[in-house]
Structures are given as C-alpha cells and as structure tokens.
Design a protein around this ligand. Structure first.
Ligand code: NAD
Length: 369
C-alpha cells in the first residue's frame, strides 16, 4: 500500500477545528486500505509567532519542503493585529507559497445539487456547475517592479504597479490548465485584456502556441477578462477550465466561488513545478476561508472546505483520484441528506456543528468504501 507523508498546519482560529475533521477522513481512507497517511502537525501563523516569534519556523519549512503535500488551515486574528508587519500571521502563508514556488492556484467552483437554492443565481443557471479557475500566483502586477509611490515636483504623488509576464511564466501556467482540461471536459478558456494591455497580447500568443503545439485535442477559446466576469454570472456552465493571470484570477475566482454559496464550502490547491527527477510537484492545499475569529472555538465552523482541500490533495498530489471521488461523493451524500452547518442552513433551520458534520462525512465515506 502506498505511503504518503502529509504536513498538517492547522494555524489559528477555526483552522485546528476543521483540520481535526480531515484527520478523521484520512484515517478512514487508511483503514480501508487506500493508502498509509503519515501525518505530522506543526504551527503556523499567530500560533507559530506565539511559540517562536516567527509566523513559520525554519524547521517547519523543512518539513513542508519534504512533505508529499501540505494541508493548511487558516491564519490570523485580532490577537496578532499589533505584531510587527514582517511577523504577521499571513507572512507564514506567503513564505510557504514563495519557498515552495507555488505558481499555480486551482480553485474549483462546484455546485452541489442540494445547495443550488443557496446561490444568488437561478437554480437552472447553477445546478450541476463544475468549473476550475487556474490563477497564476507568483507573477503579474502584484509583484512586478517598479512598484512605488513617488512625490512629483508639483507635490502630487504618483503610484506605480507594474504588470509583467515572461514567456516561461505563461507557458507553465498554460500547461497546468491544459493538463487539467485533459482529465476534465477538454476545454480551456484563456482570459486577458489583449485589447488594452501588452502583457495580454503576449499571454494570448503564448497560450495559443502551447495549445496548438502540445494539446491539439483540447478546445481553446479566449475571453477578455471583463467579458469572462459577465459570462460567469450569466451562464457559468459554458466553462470548464479558465486560466488567468494573478490579478484577473484573484477577481474571477472570487466571483466563481460565490456562485456556489458559502466560504465554508470552498477548497483550493496551490502547485509548484514538477520535480525534474520524480515528476512530483510541491503543493499546498487550503480552504479559501480565513480563521473566522467570530466563530472560532465554538465548534460551529463548516469543515467541508478543509475536507474538500484534502480531496484535492488526494487527486493532484497523491495520485488517488478514486479516493478523491469518494470523498466528494460522501460530501454530496451528506448534503443531500439535509445536514447543514450554520453557514449553509436555511434561516431558522436546524444546524449541526463541525464535529457532527465531519462525523457524518466519515460515515458516508465508510458506506462507499
Ligand atoms: P474569514 O474567511 O475568516 O471569515 C469571513 C466570514 O465567513 C465570517 O463571518 C466567518 O465566520 C465565516 N466563515 C469563514 N469560514 C467559515 C467556515 N468554515 N464555516 C462557517 N463560517 C465560516 O474572513 P475574515 O473575517 O475577513 O478574516 C478573519 C481572519 O482570517 C483575518 O485575520 C484574516 O487576515 C484571516 N484570513 C486568513 C486567510 C488564510 O489563512 N488563508 C484567508 C482570509 C483571511
């Protein structure tokens, strides 16, 4: 039986509460003989700052670099509002992303039939939605230089951010999108603003070339990023995989995510380049939500985003696609049975807590194993 080494970084607030439910799911899969999941747990964020004076210790980084996958809960909270900027809890996550060179962010937007009513869109528009947003995470306008505010001779200020992409950066994110489309419905939509941005012209050129040379069987279409935003709320089911730069991806992934309901439902993955020798990618899996200080410690958090993130780890880092399908199906079973945490319950309806939801998912999983 294959053995996997997972680093669990629960973090702050509701992070430890939702991570505890992932451990139960991993144990159930292990007991059913789907793999041996060796887990190591360490501190990150405010919890690490309290212990070591740093948002992530060097020893933790070593564990992250050698793990088959890192599972990350959430960091931050009012307790650390005044710590020095370089040690703020989020710095732990940023260092992990940087040192693991995680350049591709994957955010699925899936609408479980049982939750179609919770969307702000009509049921027929949203039911059965299953799309994937692939966002470039380490380049573009958030990192390009110059990035500055200068004072002009007339006393006015001038602020500059620089949108910059190289051929290599576009090629590698395009390949992630095409590879995903291969195992999904075979379609990539590339978004940029080539009508007004030079970087958009290069983006479109490079994605077109990679598609034609390396993925001739994948359908490729190009949408301007603003038009893509409109189409996402008009008829999102036209999409399969959407690939975008850092800035447009930031926005489009949030739009797509909210089509399907609560923050407590949204998983994500961040991937690095494949290792030349082993083909394995460095990877980090985390829910989209934060540490939710308003409900932390009360057992109210929805663990589905965290469990779904583990499902993505099974699929994209551990080569256990079938186990990932079972986890997704178990989540769907539980939702179909009517069980809800508070964030996804109808007004006035009964809601269960984190542990009950986790236990129900494990029970549904066991039935399918
Ligand atoms: P948040 O995602 O923590 O919470 C927003 C709202 O959604 C809250 O009302 C919260 O109760 C609810 N919510 C979030 N996750 C939920 C879940 N699993 N189940 C039920 N309800 C859930 O965002 P915020 O309030 O803006 O930020 C709180 C803290 O988290 C801040 O310190 C922020 O910096 C940090 N944060 C961290 C990350 C991360 O670790 N990746 C991401 C976003 C925010």
């Amino acid at each position: 039986m294959a053995s996997f080494n997972l680093l669990l970084l629960p973090g702050d607030g509701i992070g430890p509460e939702v991570m505890a439910e992932v451990k139960k799911v991993a144990d159930a899969l292990g007991k059913a003989g789907l793999g041996t999941f060796e887990t190591e747990t360490d501190l990150v964020g405010g919890a690490a700052y309290d212990a070591h004076g740093k948002a992530v210790a060097d020893s933790t980084m070593q564990l992250a670099l050698s793990a088959d996958a890192v599972l990350f809960g959430a960091v931050g909270g009012p307790k650390w509002a005044k710590v020095p900027y370089e040690h703020r809890p989020e710095a732990g996550l940023l260092r992990l992303r940087k040192d693991l060179a995680l350049f591709a962010n994957l955010r699925p937007a899936v609408c479980y039939p049982a939750l179609a009513e919770a969307s702000s869109l009509k049921r027929e528009v949203i039911e059965g939605l299953d799309i994937m947003i692939v966002r470039e995470l380490t380049g573009g306008v958030y990192f390009g230089e110059p990035k500055e505010v200068v004072t002009l001779e007339n006393g006015q200020k001038r602020a500059v951010d620089t949108q910059v992409y190289t051929t290599h950066e576009i090629e590698r994110i395009a390949r992630v999108a095409f590879d995903l489309a291969k195992v999904r419905r075979g379609k990539v939509t590339s978004t940029e603003k080539h009508n007004v941005m030079r970087s958009g012209v290069l983006w479109k050129e490079v994605v077109t070339r990679i598609g034609a040379e390396e993925y001739p069987d994948i359908e490729l279409e190009h949408h301007l990023a603003d038009a893509c935003g409109m189409q996402l709320v008009r008829w999102p089911k036209q999409y399969d995989v959407i690939v975008c730069d850092n800035l447009f991806g930031d926005m489009l992934s949030d739009v797509a995510a909210m089509l399907t309901g609560s923050l407590g439902m949204l998983p994500s993955a961040s991937l690095g380049a494949p290792d030349a020798a082993t083909g394995k990618r460095k990877s980090l899996y985390e829910p989209v939500h934060g540490s939710a200080p308003d409900i932390a410690g009360q057992g109210l958090a929805n663990p589905i985003a965290m469990i779904g993130s583990f499902g993505m780890a099974l699929r994209y880092s551990l080569g256990l696609g079938e186990a990932a399908d079972l986890v997704d199906a178990a989540i769907a079973d539980v939702l179909a049975s009517g069980l809800r945490t508070r964030d996804i319950a109808a007004k006035g309806a009964n809601a269960v807590g984190t542990v009950e939801m986790g236990d129900a998912i494990v029970a549904a999983l066991r039935k399918r194993l």
